[in-house]
Design a protein around this ligand. Structure first.
Ligand SMILES: CC(C)(COP(=O)(O)OP(=O)(O)OC[C@H]1O[C@@H](n2cnc3c(N)ncnc32)[C@H](O)[C@@H]1OP(=O)(O)O)[C@@H](O)C(=O)NCCC(=O)NCCS
Length: 110
């Protein structure tokens, strides 16, 4: 499978915590993502990591016109994150890391 793009992004967890009003959450995240993150003790880290992952996907695709809440970052049972964009026939590999201050993600598109 040929790699068509690579993206990386880093986000300050505090910025996401400050922005996390209902309108922002609805615009950026899918229901499944919110369900997965909001129950966690480190929910803002996880939301920040998903924000970074979505930006990394956009960079990998070189395509800015996809609404952020249509780019879904969903964990497999093992915890491994995956990318799903309805109606787009692309394969992605994404990796995420987060700590108290920062979250980052890298994405390969194929
Ligand atoms: C999975 C693991 C690599 C995560 O690393 P971490 O430093 O704890 O946490 P990070 O912030 O860097 O990464 C967390 C992200 O890793 C991703 N992740 C979890 N399991 C994963 C897996 N099986 N494969 C790929 N990515 C995975 C998730 O996206 C997770 O974020 P999320 O829960 O918000 O989706 C780690 O917990 C682990 O199991 N390491 C194995 C070695 C070990 O036990 N080391 C400790 C020795 S003291």
């Amino acid at each position: 499978m040929k790699i068509s793009g690579l993206g990386v992004d880093i986000v300050e967890t505090a910025r996401i915590k400050k922005a996390a009003k209902p309108s922002f959450l609805k615009r950026v995240y899918s229901e499944s993502e919110l369900k997965a993150c909001m129950k966690s003790v480190n929910k803002y880290e996880r939301l920040a990591a998903r924000f970074a992952a979505k930006e990394a996907v956009i960079k990998a695709l070189d395509k800015k016109d996809i609404p952020l809440n249509k780019i879904e970052i969903i964990n497999e049972l093992s915890g491994r994150p995956t990318v799903k964009i309805k109606g787009l026939n692309k394969t992605f590999i994404v990796s995420i890391s987060h700590c108290k201050q920062y979250a980052c993600a890298v994405c390969l598109a194929m």
